[in-house]
Design a protein around this ligand. Structure first.
Ligand code: HEC
Length: 152
């Protein structure tokens, strides 16, 4: 086989593989309203689980390691969901136009946030309340800074 052809095929395969790990591929929705509902619902379920962890971290509810691990799992799963529903033509809800006008910033913020939520999940798996406290406040800072910039 011609080695050049081989390496160009390899290049295409690599590009496809890298493309497919992109977390911000947009999903298809029947109508823009469905995308808005999808992201708001994802945020809602994430927030419910995050709030339970925050309550434990703040000592407002008793710490339960098993429950915390479950909340951490759901929260990190849901933290991956909203971004696929911010595709072109889905402006609306409480989302500011800046999300579409300066999309690279929004994508960076969402990717950094997923990492924070993964760290939170890891902390909940460890069963160490101090780790959970630190991870809750790190992720919580991201909620606030993104909402300040991108949410009405
Ligand atoms: C990278 C940006 C970003 C991050 C990080 C983020 N959000 Fe949001 N959030 C948004 C945007 C944008 C909306 C508005 C969605 C819409 O209505 O179109 C939103 C909506 C919501 C909603 C839906 C209900 C409402 O009042 O708008 C909740 C609940 C929510 N976010 C909670 C959270 C929590 C809790 C965190 C952190 C654990 C968080 N979000 C992190 C951008 C973000």
């Amino acid at each position: 086989m011609n080695p050049n052809r081989f390496s160009s095929k390899l290049g295409v395969a690599l590009a496809l593989a890298i493309g497919s790990v992109s977390i911000n591929a947009y999903a298809q929705f029947n109508k823009p309203q469905d995308a808005i509902k999808y992201r708001q619902s994802s945020f809602f379920v994430m927030q419910q689980n995050f709030a339970r962890l925050a309550a434990m971290a703040q000592g407002k509810t008793p710490f339960n390691a098993k429950e915390a691990a479950e909340y951490g799992q759901v929260a990190s799963l849901m933290a991956r969901q909203p971004w696929q529903a911010f595709g072109p033509g889905t402006e609306g809800g409480k989302s500011l136009p800046l999300i579409w006008n300066e999309n690279a910033k929004f994508q960076t913020a969402s990717k950094n946030f997923i990492q924070k939520m993964d760290a939170l999940q890891a902390a909940t798996q460890s069963g160490n309340l101090d780790r959970i406290k630190a991870a809750v406040s790190a992720a919580g800072a991201d909620c606030k800074s993104c909402h300040d910039a991108f949410r009405d």
